[in-house]
Structure formats: C-alpha cells, structure tokens
Design a protein. Structure first.
Length: 427
C-alpha cells in the first residue's frame, strides 16, 4: 500500500504554529514580494478568498473580514518541512519516505499488515502533529494515484474523515473513484481532462474500465497505460514517472522594485537559479531543459491590474544537471538575449523541465565523470551549510552582494526555528 502525507494549508499552518491565537481564524500567506495570495486557511476559503488574488486588490476584503496576512517566510517553512519528513522517517525506514514537495511525501506502507494500516496511519498523523505542530491529511491506497484520490477525499470532509482515508478494499476504491471527476486525477490537466470527457468518460471509475490498448491509442501511449494501471490498483509510477508527472521546478519572483539595468537582473536570476537547483537536488533529480523569462512592468489603471505576459528563452542543456555552477552561466546567457535597454522589468524567473533522476543521467563523452562527482560533492556541502546556517551563507559571486532587487516582505514573521536571536519568547 502507498500513502500520501500532505500538510494542511502548509504555509498558514507554519505561521499559526507560533501564533496560536490565530487557530480557527482566517489567515492567508502571500507570494514573493507580497504579490498575491498563495496559501489560505480553511476559514479564509469559506470567506471567499481566492488563490492568486493580487494582494493590493484584496486588502479591503481582508480587512473587512479580519483576515491576517503574512509574507512568505521560506526559511521557516523549509525547516518545518524537514521536521515533518524526519518525523515520518522516525517511524519507517528512510527509503520508505519519498519527498514529493515541500508539503507532501509518498510513504511506502507495503510492509504494514492490512489490519494494522488504520492504526499506523493514525499514529503517524498524531506523531507529526505532536512533534512538529503541523496538521496533515493522509490518503492510503494500493497505488500512488489512488492514494492521491484518497487524500483529496479526506480533505474534502475533514470533520468526518479526521483527515484520514484508507482505501483497503476494492469496494472502497470503486466508491472513491465514482466520486472523483477526471480533472481531479493526479497528473490529468484541464486540457487532458476535457479530451477524456469528450470521449465519454466523466469519472475516474469510468476511466478505470477502459482496456489498456484503447488507452495506448487515445490517452497518450505509455502515459495513458500507466494511468489505467494505477486506477486498477497496479503500481506503475516509479521515480522517473513521478518526476515526469511533476514536470518542472521553478523559482520566480517579483523584484523589490522595478529594474531597468541588466546587472541587478543578472544577480537576481543567478540567485533564482541557485534556489531552483537546490529544489532539484532535494528531490534527487536533474534538468534537461531550462527556461528563463522576464516580465515588463505593467501600467496600473485604477483598481484594475493587468500584468504583461512573460517573454522567455529556452535552452536544451547538453547534459542533464542539478549543479548550480553548471546552470548559472546558460541562464545569464538567456537573460542577456531577453534584455532590452530602456525597458522597465518587474519580474523574472527560471524554470527547469524535462526532469530525470540524477543517478541515471547520460553523461556527455567530453565531460569527465570525475569532474561531475566533484561538482555534486561541492553542491552537497553548500546545501548543508546553507540549510544549517540559513541566509545563503555560501553563494555564487554572480548573485551579488548589494541585492537592490531583493523582494519586498512587509509582513514577514521571524525565523523562529533557525535563528537564536529570533526564537519565540514564551511568557
């Protein structure tokens, strides 16, 4: 059996952990540069707060409803994420826990007897809450796709499910699939879902019935076959396919203020590459393709804000990599191709795609394997230092020291768990 452990409204839960008076009250967390809403507590959702609402347009609604807003505190969220993952690993062998994102992990429960599943899942949920203070939802089923469905249904009715759902019989699996529209299946996007619905399949249960040969013809070949197998309880998504489902890793941020000169933009993009490369290494993956984009400053028109579309350049890398030193140079090259003198820019970003496991990278015949091993060891050391000391103690010179592009964080809370001088006072 497979489980997916998903932290509930993770960023909001991290902020509430050190402000318990906000438990049961509406809370939102803002994106980089206090741009838009990226995390909402259940209470904020009930009040009609939408994801991705621009903060400056949402302020009246937030104030009217007594909703507390926070700037993103990524140091705090990263540290609490690590604690959640380590708590799970305290109950099971480390290889049984696959970190999928900052707030999600797959857990292999194949060695847990079926009659003990509910007990183990409940203990895991309670231990995470007790040790870290972060509430989680857990879905359990024979495959990762089915576990994702179980998790979603558990979160749909938290009061009834207590944020847990174990699909340990064929009857329970079918009942869950009948309640799942095709666009709610893990890895099925809106366009893919529309295509499936046009073919006459509206629920995951409908889709489960199709023959594999039909799926190979109509649902994208091997990808469609894997999906049908997963819905029928046959494990078909390994790390390679999981990375393909995830599709990309990115770091995109608004500048602290609009920029017109290329040098501070280069520093910002170099830092974004560093952050995104860290994400790649945390999930043991490497990228074959890189996209760099910029967004020109938009004009405000009263209370209507319409951002400009991103302008991007793409590069296919000669060898898939997650080494920051191998990614910064091509990223800056793409930025130089995008930059136009005299234009004012408000945002930039880096996206890594075509992800592969980092232990199965096909090397270039002209790239010494020894050099690759040294680079990987160097990245590991840098990541360890930065994680333990925070604030990017070790960074590449290309990311600069002036940081005039640094994002605005007017509502930032302290780094409660990673700074001695910012520890929470208890009275």
């Amino acid at each position: 059996m497979k489980a997916i452990v998903d932290c509930n409204n993770f960023y909001c839960s991290c902020e509430r952990l050190f402000k318990p008076h906000l438990n049961g009250k509406p809370v939102v967390v803002l994106s980089n540069n206090d741009g838009c809403i990226i995390s909402r507590s259940d209470e904020a959702k009930t009040l009609g707060i939408k994801m991705a609402q621009p903060y400056f347009l949402s302020k009246p609604q937030l104030q009217q409803n007594g909703i507390t807003a926070f700037s993103s505190n990524y140091n705090l969220y990263g540290d609490l994420s690590k604690r959640v993952m380590e708590t799970m690993q305290s109950m099971l062998p480390a290889h049984c826990v696959e970190v999928y994102s900052v707030d999600e992990a797959f857990v292999d429960l194949s060695e847990v007897p079926l009659n003990k599943l509910n007990e183990v899942v409940k203990e895991m949920k309670e231990r995470i809450m007790h040790w870290t203070g972060i509430p989680v939802s857990i879905g359990v089923a024979p495959t990762k796709t089915l576990a994702k469905i179980a998790n979603r249904l558990a979160k749909d009715n938290k009061a009834k499910s207590h944020c847990m759902l174990v699909l340990d019989t064929a009857g329970k699996v079918d009942a869950a699939l009948k309640r799942t529209p095709v666009d709610e299946i893990w890895g099925v996007g809106k366009q893919y879902a529309a295509k499936i619905e046009k073919l006459g399949y509206n629920t995951a249960f409908d889709l489960k019935q199709v023959p594999e040969d039909w799926a190979r013809t109509h649902l994208g070949g091997v990808v469609g076959v894997r999906l049908i197998k997963e819905l029928n309880g046959v494990h078909a998504i390994g790390l390679d396919e999981q990375l393909a489902t995830k599709k990309m890793v990115s770091c995109t941020r608004r500048f602290g203020h609009p920029l017109q000169q290329v040098e501070p933009m280069k520093e910002a993009v170099a830092m974004y590459v560093s952050r995104a490369a860290e994400k790649l290494r945390r999930q043991n993956s490497a990228a074959k393709k890189m996209t760099v984009f910029v967004i020109e400053k938009a004009l405000d028109k009263g209370d209507v804000y319409k951002p400009n579309e991103p302008i991007n350049k793409v590069m296919v890398l000669p060898v898939a990599t997650s080494n920051t030193n191998e990614l910064i140079k091509p990223a800056l090259q793409l930025l130089e191709e995008l930059y136009q003198p005299g234009v004012v820019y408000e945002k930039a970003g880096v996206i890594f795609s075509n992800l592969v496991p980092d232990d199965s990278v096909q090397q270039n015949i002209f790239t010494p394997s020894e050099g690759t091993k040294v680079s990987k060891a160097l990245m590991e050391k840098i990541d360890n230092i930065n994680f333990s000391m925070r604030n990017e103690k070790v960074k590449f010179a290309s990311s600069g020291t002036n940081r005039e592009w640094k994002m605005r964080q007017a509502l930032l809370t302290p780094k409660y768990t990673s700074r001695w001088n910012e520890l929470k006072d208890v009275e």
